[in-house]
Design a protein around this ligand. Structure first.
Ligand code: ZN
Ligand code: FE
Length: 257
């Protein structure tokens, strides 16, 4: 088994995160969800890395706006969701759950996780204990349902929740503090959440990212992953409601918050 991938976070635009994913043995380096080309090219060069791949979780411009610039500058191969191949600029390789994706000998499980968009995918590297989940799951939050309903998005969150607890979550935005403000309102008696709130505040005050988060912590503190917990069900619709409707009610409350 190859050594775990090296992962570096690259801030872009106002609150986006792109990621460099580097295999030391071969030198292969991917950038995931580049909003723009220049900061990605610079961040790779600063480490002495050359971009060989661009990976996209979904078609929104703040996640693939840098595709063509990076492709032109480096010849990097663009990899994205098969379902949305028509909406991914410069796509060279379309992947889905069946194909998965092999990156320099590291197997990525591709998870089809629609709801934020119709074609959204995650790249899960089990050997590196890392999942890149774009705008579907955030730390203490989740993405808006732009192209899906709760019965589409809730199963996507369950797929992510089923990964091992020690999986690190690399998501598309630094939204954690705003997410925590809502989460404390939605799930006020949650001690794990209160601990995360203190941690996040300390990190942000020190100018540090709150990402990656750890899935095991998210399962205890993220109200969207806890839509089927009795406390949340009681507050957002009652025990008789299907879980996805509870999830939908929490998401709607966050939209209004
Ligand atoms: Zn998005
Ligand atoms: Fe985004």
């Amino acid at each position: 088994m190859p050594a775990p991938l090296e992962i570096a976070l690259v801030p872009m635009l106002k609150d986006n995160y792109a990621y460099l994913i580097h295999d030391a043995a071969s030198g292969a380096t991917a950038i995931l969800d580049p909003s723009e080309a220049q900061p990605g090219l610079k961040a790779a060069a600063a480490r002495g890395w050359t971009l060989t791949h661009v990976l996209d979780t979904h078609h929104h411009n703040d996640h693939c706006g840098g595709n063509l610039g990076i492709q032109q500058a480096t010849g990097a191969k663009v990899v994205g969701p098969a379902y949305d191949r028509a909406r991914i600029p410069g796509i060279d390789l379309a992947v889905d759950e069946k194909s998965g994706f092999d990156f320099a000998g590291h197997h990525a499980q591709v998870l089809f996780i629609p709801g934020h968009t119709k074609g959204h995918i995650a790249f899960h590297f089990p050997d590196s204990k890392a999942v890149f989940c774009g705008d579907t799951l955030f730390s203490i939050g989740c993405g808006r349902m732009f192209e899906g309903t709760s019965d589409v998005m809730w199963p996507s969150l369950l797929k992510l929740r089923a990964l091992p607890d020690d999986t690190r979550i690399y998501c598309g935005h630094e939204y954690t503090e705003a997410n925590i403000r809502f989460a404390l309102h939605a799930d006020p008696d949650n001690a794990a959440l209160k601990r995360r709130a203190v941690e996040a505040k300390q990190l942000r005050e020190a100018g540090k990212p709150t990402i990656p988060a750890v899935l095991g912590d998210e399962k205890q503190s993220n109200p969207f992953l806890r839509a089927d917990a009795p406390e949340l069900k009681a507050r957002f619709g009652g025990q008789d409601k299907p879980d996805h409707e509870i999830f939908g009610a929490i998401r709607a409350a966050k939209d209004r918050f």
